[in-house]
Design a protein around this ligand. Structure first.
Ligand code: SF4
Length: 124
């Protein structure tokens, strides 16, 4: 097994990155889809929120130097809490329920994903 000092998120890091809560519910799924769409369109690089939760120091230090957008599905704010607990102080943030979508009552459609995407794309 590799030494943890040599471990980091193998997704790589660019100047603009996005992290999604990627939760199991409808809104969590939407955060994940929107993050992947931002990546596919070359707006931001998608990185793994889980590496921060896991305490992978190399990735955490790399991410802290970047322009980070966090996407959370609901006010439980899992992504935000993970970043705050890891000492991030300056990052962009979007919570899907703030756009009027309701947890457990939102169909995950291309139309909904596009609505959220259109807001996320403009955040810098
Ligand atoms: S922020 Fe909400 S939707 Fe996202 S993982 Fe946490 S509980 Fe699930």
């Amino acid at each position: 097994m590799e030494n943890q000092e040599n471990e980091s998120c193998l997704c790589g890091v660019s100047e603009y990155i996005v992290l999604a809560c990627s939760g199991a519910c409808d809104l969590g799924q939407i955060t994940d889809s929107v993050a992947r769409k931002l990546r596919d369109n070359g707006v931001r690089k998608m990185n793994c929120l889980a590496v921060i939760g896991a305490g992978i120091e190399k990735s955490i230090e790399d991410f802290k130097k970047k322009n980070v957008l966090v996407l959370d599905g609901c006010p439980i704010d899992c992504g935000k809490r993970i970043l705050d607990n890891a000492g991030f102080s300056d990052y962009k943030y979007l919570r899907i329920t703030d756009l009027g979508f309701k947890k457990g009552q939102t169909l995950v459609t291309e139309e909904v994903i596009k609505k959220v995407y259109d807001t996320a794309e403009l955040i810098y």
